[in-house]
Write a protein that binds this ligand. Structure first.
Ligand code: SF4
Length: 112
């Protein structure tokens, strides 16, 4: 579903049918330690670009509301975790990198 700022995000939910105007971010809603979501957070959120760049089914994202530099505004901070290799993912746009090792090993085994 598209966020109020026009980017596709699987964590955004909006219901505008029959007079409803419900919007929520299910990524932040899943983190009870995060401050509450509000629509403006979608504007600079890194998650839509992460999801567009990396569609690995094993990538788990954890989000929270953090403060920007100098604490003047709020932003979404994201951490990634690979549930296949049980490692933190430093750059969720790229992934943990271990699946590429497996692909390479399989290719090398097939060639030999
Ligand atoms: S805040 Fe980020 S993760 Fe949440 S709905 Fe908006 S774009 Fe998606």
């Amino acid at each position: 579903m598209k966020t109020p700022y026009g980017k596709e995000c699987k964590f955004f939910y909006g219901d505008y049918a029959r007079g409803h105007e419900t919007q929520e971010c299910r990524l932040l809603a899943n983190n009870p330690e995060s401050e509450n979501w509000f629509p403006a957070l979608c504007q600079n959120c890194p998650v839509p670009d992460i999801l567009a760049a990396n569609q690995c089914a094993h990538l788990r994202l954890y989000g929270r509301v953090g403060k920007s530099l100098f604490g003047l505004s709020k932003k979404v901070e994201v951490e990634g975790f690979c549930d296949q290799h049980f490692v933190d993912v430093q750059d969720p746009r790229v992934g943990c990198g271990h699946c590429h090792e497996i692909d390479l090993e399989e290719m090398q085994a097939a060639e030999s």
